[in-house]
Design a protein around this ligand. Structure first.
Ligand code: HAX
Length: 435
């Protein structure tokens, strides 16, 4: 196929030049409610979504229903007082805005436990894939395979009234969330643990059971899992995974279609996959310098990465302009429980060096670390070293935020999402330059 490819190769430089000129020289030109640079630059800062489950302030970071991360961790009920809160309590908070009572969380935990059985055919679908298939692909396919069980789709086909959309969306959300740890642990054990699987323990909560089914023996990992599931759950609705799910769901596609689509977005290296990329980068850095690198060595390696035209994974953010409080929460946890771990020490050295370099480099608007800069260091400490799996952990958590948002969307009857596009010639017209 050379004729088409050659023709495209001729056209691409002109397209790039058009976009770059419009962005640099005419970015501020109004298109009505937006500007040319917003249309080109991924709609940054455009206020066109509503999300009540959480709000992301560029300086302060995330608040879940008005609560900061430390407030959320302190106020949500906990299985034991010295440990981390039940993530199911966070889901209740995201959905309602109320800090749930202990009784409400125990009821939700029991509900999830009762819904956790996985239809066998879903495992068969996963088993049809080569074991080398990326865990995020397996995860997305497993979620899509569950669509066959959608209560919303069934009720819609039977003539569901608009006012009741949220009821079966809640049902689908609970069924999906209840099963996600099983699905994720199955993928983990099949991909990395000789296909030997571990049954759920009915005595454990949703988060600790996930840790148990993955096969991590240290009980502290159950606590870390609860923290992880809370921290990664929701980041308002403009991020790629939440927005993708919202968009798909706006066509009245059910929770399974919508969450699978969001998971596909989470699988991108500029979004959730950055957690895998980040630990990979840290391990390569340590291998390169044969142990914990000095700050000078980190600086050299950082410049090498940037000069090769690559990004420093785990640094920068489309909205945040400070260190991510989700990073801080994980750093505090690491300093408390594993301060002498060499990977944790390397992450600390990177934190002391990279922001200054990114500032000198002069491109990133935010030189500070995001959530993904620290999560892998905590995982590897407990023996979860398979970096390709990290984004699945993120996905189980993010599904809580996404489903809470989708239930709200259905409850208030959010519209089909359909923004308007314009042509490059129209942008040139608006900018007053010749086509
Ligand atoms: N390393 C090197 N360059 C970076 C950078 C980084 N960490 N962060 C931003 N830049 C560059 C951008 O690539 C961009 O370069 P070009 O002008 O050549 O395109 C420039 O700085 C301006 O980008 P920005 O406006 O600061 O950032 P964006 O809003 O476009 O993108 C990203 C935000 C998070 C995608 C970006 O900071 C990045 O690529 N970071 C590394 C990957 C990462 O950690 N992603 C996870 C983010 C959090 C998340 O979603 N978790 O799931």
């Amino acid at each position: 196929m050379t004729i088409l490819k050659n023709r495209l190769a001729e056209l691409v430089p002109t397209w790039r030049n058009d976009i770059s000129t419009l962005n640099k020289q005419h970015g501020d030109v109004s298109l009505g409610n937006t500007t040319i640079s917003q249309a080109i630059g991924g709609m940054r800062g455009m206020k066109a979504l509503i999300c009540d489950t959480s709000y992301l302030d560029p300086e302060e970071g995330i608040r879940f229903r008005g609560y900061t991360i430390p407030e959320t961790r302190a106020r949500l009920p906990k299985p034991n007082e010295s440990g981390e809160a039940w993530p199911t309590g966070l889901w209740y908070l995201l959905l309602t805005g109320d800090i749930p009572t202990r009784e409400a969380v125990v009821e939700l935990e029991n509900e999830f436990r009762a819904r956790a059985d996985m239809p066998k055919y879903v495992f068969d679908v996963i088993r049809a894939l080569p074991t080398s298939t990326h865990p995020m692909t397996q995860f997305s396919i497993g979620i899509a395979a569950l669509q066959n069980t959608s209560e919303f789709a069934k009720a819609y086909n039977a003539g569901l009234h608009k006012q009741d959309y949220w009821v079966t969306t809640l049902e689908d959300s609970m069924n999906l969330l209840a099963r996600l740890p099983r699905l994720a642990a199955y993928i983990y054990r099949r991909s990395y643990k000789q296909d030997v699987h571990i049954e759920a323990d009915p005595k454990l909560d949703w988060g600790a059971n996930f840790a148990h089914m993955m096969g991590v023996k240290d009980p502290a990992y159950g606590d870390l899992m609860r923290l992880y599931l809370i921290l990664h759950s929701d980041h308002e609705s403009g991020n790629v995974s939440a927005h993708t799910s919202h968009l798909v769901s706006s066509a009245l596609s059910d929770v399974y279609y919508a969450v699978a689509a969001g998971i596909n977005g989470l699988a991108g290296p500029l979004h959730g996959l950055a957690n895998q990329e980040c630990l990979k980068w840290i391990m390569e850095l340590m291998e390169h310098f044969d142990g914990v690198p000095t700050k000078e060595q980190v600086a050299d390696y950082t410049w090498e990465t940037l000069n090769a035209g690559r990004v420093i994974p785990g640094y920068g953010h489309a909205v945040l302009r400070q260190t991510d409080p989700r990073y801080k929460a994980q750093r505090d946890y690491a300093l408390k429980f594993m301060a002498n771990d060499p990977v944790v020490q390397t992450v600390s050295n990177v934190f002391e060096v990279v922001p200054d370099i990114l500032l000198k480099h002069g491109k990133a608007k935010n030189p500070w670390p995001n959530v993904d800069a620290h999560s892998g260091a905590l995982q590897q400490f407990y023996g979860v070293t398979e970096v390709d799996f990290y984004t699945v952990l993120f996905g189980v958590s993010r599904a809580m935020g996404i489903t809470a948002q989708l239930i709200w969307d259905r409850a208030v009857g959010m519209s089909l999402e359909r923004p308007k596009s314009v042509t490059v010639a129209m942008l040139k017209d608006a900018a007053g330059i010749a086509s």
